[in-house]
Design a protein around this ligand. Structure first.
Ligand SMILES: [Cu+2]
Length: 459
């Protein structure tokens, strides 16, 4: 592909009679590379159904953005062009990248100006199901940031593939067309009119077509700006093998999945129940808003069938390693974090606080490279928060611990997002192994926009 800039240079070459050497200079190559991956950010009209058109912004004119496959450790060149009229930024969620390209302004990644194009090379690591998305502020504009269509799936292929499956499908859960409404605790939270899987409302996208006897590998991503989702597959169970792209210590069969914003689940499904089924949101009103997809066995006919589960079930700890007396984990230095909200009257905007301060005034904890840290997160608010650490992977230790609870630490669940339940303490550990500014924040767009962010820096 010839970019416009490249074309201009080629024209200049023919007009100005430059030597071939000039064309091959390092500067010229940097200005106009043939990239492995090209993303174009541009306005897009999403047809969620023939009656639901959503004016949004998307990568490469599709929602979700293109499925990107990269090879672990293989340098991959990227070109990003911003064809909107506001500055944009692309975050590579779950990768260990330098702060300058990770994709957060707070880490020093430059914004991409309207009309501008950027080029850089990244080396993908760790392997697994990752994703990419915008990281701009949305504020009160519920069409910007993660409320938009600027997200897409990314797979970093390991050197050797352990996959024992016949077919795979990527499912993206997203909510659209929101307005701020007063929620239970009096603050304003987005409520949505349209919910989709892979950009389509139930019944309006292509079904997932399968055959009896196959093993289907599902890669599910919740790209919703603010909402947790539960999904079930009528007539089938999920065998969860990875959380946030990282294999779990103990794969388990479950009747439903739950994903907080930014979380991913990889699950195998044995296709042994022929028919036409619905895979969708468990809560009726959200499935009615469109969050579902039809799964159709070969030669099966009839209306898609849904089986309504009675309750919402999910628990990270079932995927942990069996407790042992093994305590070889290196000593972790404790970092205490308290999450809270400050309200400005009923129905007014709240401000989110970490240790009593809102970004950009939050503390900047200093990390020492090589040191292990334990984040002890006391959530004093009435909301669950999907907490995300950039550029690192953490291991879950305690999720929703009461002060009186002395249950042993969890082992063997490695993630980059954890849903910290309300009024309880959640603890994770990570090794500071990627020097550079590192953003830590709630992945709920309205919370991060209202101060729920903090930057770690390295000594
Ligand atoms: Cu939050």
């Amino acid at each position: 592909m010839i970019t416009r800039r490249r074309f201009t240079q080629l024209s200049a070459l023919s007009l100005g009679g430059l030597s071939a050497g000039a064309l091959l200079s390092a500067d010229t190559l940097r200005a106009a590379p043939a990239s492995d991956i090209t993303l174009e950010i541009a306005p897009y009209l999403l047809e969620a159904s023939p009656k639901h058109h959503i004016r949004t912004v998307a990568y490469n004119n599709q929602v979700p953005g293109p499925l990107l496959r990269m090879r672990q450790g293989r340098p991959t060149s990227v070109s990003i062009r911003n064809r909107t009229d506001i500055p944009e930024i692309v975050h590579w969620h779950g990768l260990f990248l330098p702060s300058e390209i990770d994709g957060a302004m707070e880490e020093g990644t430059p914004l991409i100006a309207p009309g501008a194009e950027v080029h850089y090379t990244l080396t993908p690591d760790p392997p697994g199901f990752r994703w990419f998305h915008t990281h701009i502020r949305a504020g009160n504009d519920l069409s910007k940031g993660l409320y938009s269509g600027l997200f897409g799936p990314l797979v970093v292929e390991p050197a050797s593939h352990p996959g024992d499956y016949d077919t795979e499908a990527f499912l993206d859960l997203h909510d659209w067309d929101g307005q701020f409404q007063s929620s239970n605790d009096g603050n304003m939270a987005p409520a949505y009119n349209v919910s989709t899987i892979n950009g389509k409302m139930l019944g309006f996208g292509e079904p997932i077509r399968v055959k009896q006897g196959q093993r289907l590998l599902l890669h599910v991503l919740n790209s919703s700006a603010t909402d947790v989702h539960w999904v079930a597959f009528a007539g089938h169970t999920f065998r969860v093998i990875a959380l946030d792209g990282n294999p779990v210590a103990t794969p388990q069969s479950v009747s439903m999945l739950s994903l907080a914003p930014a979380e991913r689940v990889c699950a195998l499904v044995e296709l042994n129940n022929p028919g036409v089924w619905i895979l969708g949101e468990v809560r009726k009103h959200i499935q009615a808003a469109g969050m579902g997809i039809v799964v159709e066995y070969a030669n099966a006919t009839g209306k898609p069938t849904w089986i309504q589960p009675e309750e919402l079930v999910w628990n990270y700890s079932q995927f942990a390693a069996t407790p042992t007396t093994d305590t070889r984990t290196p000593e972790a230095q404790r970092i205490d974090l308290v999450f809270d909200a400050k309200f400005h009257g009923h129905g007014a905007e709240e401000q989110w606080l970490i240790n009593g301060k809102s970004y950009p005034d939050t503390d900047q904890p200093v990390l020492t490279a090589g040191q292990r840290y334990r984040l002890v997160m006391k959530n004093n608010s009435m909301d669950a928060h999907p907490i995300h650490l950039h550029r690192h992977t953490f291991e879950l230790r305690q999720v929703g611990r009461k002060p009186s609870d002395h249950s042993p630490d969890l082992r063997g669940i490695f993630k980059d997002v954890v849903l910290a339940p309300p009024n309880l303490t959640t603890e994770v550990e990570f090794t500071a192994n990627n020097p550079g500014l590192t953003l830590f924040h709630c992945h709920q767009q309205d919370h991060m926009d209202r101060g729920f962010m903090m930057v770690f820096r390295y000594a």
